[in-house]
Structure formats: structure tokens, C-alpha cells
Design a protein. Sequence first.
Length: 219
Amino acid sequence: MNIRVMLADDHKILREALRSVLEHESDIEVVAEAKDGREAIEMAQGAMPDLIVMDIGMPGVDGIEATRRILAGNPSIKVVALSTYSDKRIAQQMMEAGAKGYVVKAAGGDELLNAIRSVMGGENYVSPEIAANMGGDLRAKVRQTPPDLIVAEERRLSKRERDVLQLIIDARSNAQIGEELHIAPSTVEAHRLNIMRKLDLHSPAELTTYAILHGLRSA
């Protein structure tokens, strides 16, 4: 089955180049193009792509806000950011909005294809030059922690906390998590804080980065 892709970028020439690269692949079909974030939000409803290649720096509604709005209504859609920005803070904001991949525009077409297939396979993907800088002290902590201690650290979470963590990784809001698990949003927030305390994380960005570094994915 083909991967149905929508392109969202305000530069027509780039959209045409991306379409050319993607449509050379036998397993990818470009089903729609949007020229800005607002149009991407509208078109996602009708085109129902499997994945959106989303620019960040678009006029009006930017790619971060467009991703947030699209996934609020269609959480099954995957988003791969394609951006000129290599700033780790912007990458973290995009991942927190729900994107599963982040590729810099300076990368080649092969890297974008790798990102698309990785994300559709249930993995997160971040361009190596950004991933190397994401997490700072957190990355160093993970690198220096033996795998058996990392497993033990995660086992300190209760079953409910692991359920909540998985849904956080899937970019669900507290309200969405509460509805799925039949608990109050305030209870979800309490679980979120407990997870961060037990894993020694100090912000939502660190929690997102933790998920990226450990390759966590939906079951």
C-alpha cells in the first residue's frame, strides 16, 4: 500500500521539487499540496494523508501551529518537519506539537525518504546534526547510563504511568489522554509530573527528547 503524502510549503518551486523526488518512489503517492499552514489544516481534512511533509516558516499559521491543529483533529496523521532551521529549540517545539520527524532542508532527498519511511514504521527521526545537539545534559546522561539501569529506571513507572507516557509520546493532550484512559485531565497532569520526577526530567521538551533518544514508539 502506498504512503499517502501531503506537502505543505509556501515555496511552489520547492513543492514541485519535493513532488518530483517523492513520486519517483514506488511506495509513495503525493495526494495534496498546501501553500501555507492554514491551507494545510483545511486540506488535511479532505485529503486524509498518511503523512504530511511540513515546512515551519510559513506566513500566517506556521508549521508548528498547523501541526498542532491538524493532529488535534486527526491524531493518526504523521508529520515530518522540513525546515531551514537547525536550532534544537525549534526542533523540540515541533516535536512537542506532535511531529515525528525533523529534517533540515540542506539534507538530501535520501534523508527525507529515510525520515518518511522511519516515521511510517513507528519511529521518530531527527536529522543527525540536530539530534547531536538535542537534549544537552540529558543526552550525556543517557549515553553514560548503562542499558540495564535505564530499563530499571523506566520500570519504576506504574502501569498507568507507562500508559500515560505512551500517549504523551503520541502527542495527545491531557484531555485526549483522560478520555482514552477514562480519567480526569487533572489526574493525567499529576501522572505527567510523577513521570518527569521519576525519570529525572524537568520540562516537556526533555520528556520529548527522552522519547527520541530511547526510540520509544506506539505499541
